[in-house]
Design a protein around this ligand. Structure first.
Ligand code: SF4
Ligand code: F3S
Ligand code: FES
Length: 248
């Protein structure tokens, strides 16, 4: 059964903006992105929204619904009551371009700062076979659709512009962890995780894990194990002594 929903949508650009109220019809089975599209078709033809697949796989339609980071195409209208006001705003951690569209280039800059997969020199294709257990370990991380909702929600950078330079964010710390777990990667990852990508700023609040639409256990399976490996290196008295004696 259809009904009229009350929507409050942020409209504006980098300089200024505010929330605008709309009443818009909803049909059974629809998601928030359907309603945004209906708004574009009927009341606000210039409303800017980024989307692509409408299947939760491209990671484009990230925004905030009632203040929570969400994919608009995967947020069912049936999760709200019919009399609820549904507020849709752009991701707060990134600069607004227009309406619901943000400039996520922070994330591309952070991606470039992670050293690429580095196999040992001279290893020819076919000379190494991955064990299934090593394949499985990183499989989970490779489900990432780069929606950047985890980056948006992490309190280290949300409302803290001053931390952005020092902190890669959960998505890219997870990438560092994935590479560090790879049996063929020979790059130094532990010091760089701590000192270049800001792993120490993460205090494992797990908010990133909570919002991940791919249900990747970012904190438990990537960030905490990476912290443990960094701690082994820096605080284990035997490792410390070995470092002193043999200057590794
Ligand atoms: Fe999105 Fe999850 Fe990837 Fe973060 S880890 S960018 S929340 S899919
Ligand atoms: Fe941020 Fe996730 Fe750590 S939300 S503080 S990166 S556990
Ligand atoms: Fe592709 Fe929502 S439109 S994830």
């Amino acid at each position: 059964m259809g009904y009229d929903a009350k929507f409050r949508v942020w409209r504006g650009d980098a300089d200024d903006g505010d929330l605008q109220d709309f009443t818009v019809p909803v049909n059974e089975g629809e998601v928030v992105l359907d309603i945004i599209h209906r708004l574009q078709a009927t009341q606000a033809p210039d409303l800017a929204v980024r989307w692509n697949c409408k299947a939760g796989k491209c990671g484009s339609c990230s925004a905030e619904v009632n203040g929570r980071p969400k994919l608009l195409c995967m947020t069912r209208m049936s999760t709200f009551t019919e009399d609820e006001v549904i507020t849709v705003t752009p991701m707060r951690t990134f600069p607004v371009i227009r309406d619901l569209v943000t400039d996520v280039s922070f994330n591309y800059a952070k991606a470039r700062e992670v050293q690429a997969f580095t196999p040992p020199e001279g290893l020819a294709p076919g000379e190494y076979r991955m064990k299934q257990v090593d394949v499985q370990r990183s499989q989970e991380f490779r489900k990432c659709i780069e929606c950047f909702l985890c980056q948006d929600t992490c309190h280290v950078v949300r409302d803290h512009e001053e931390n952005k330079q020092a902190f890669a964010g959960p998505r890219f710390l997870m990438r560092v962890a994935e590479l560090d777990m790879h049996p063929l990667d020979v790059a130094e990852r532990r010091d760089s995780a701590q000192y270049e990508h800001g792993l120490g700023l993460c205090n494992i609040t797990k908010c990133c894990t909570e919002v991940c639409p791919e249900h990747i256990k970012i904190t438990d399976n990537a960030l905490i194990p990476m912290k443990e490996r960094v701690a082994d290196r820096h605080y284990d008295p035997l490792v410390w002594l070995g470092n002193k004696l043999f200057r590794r």
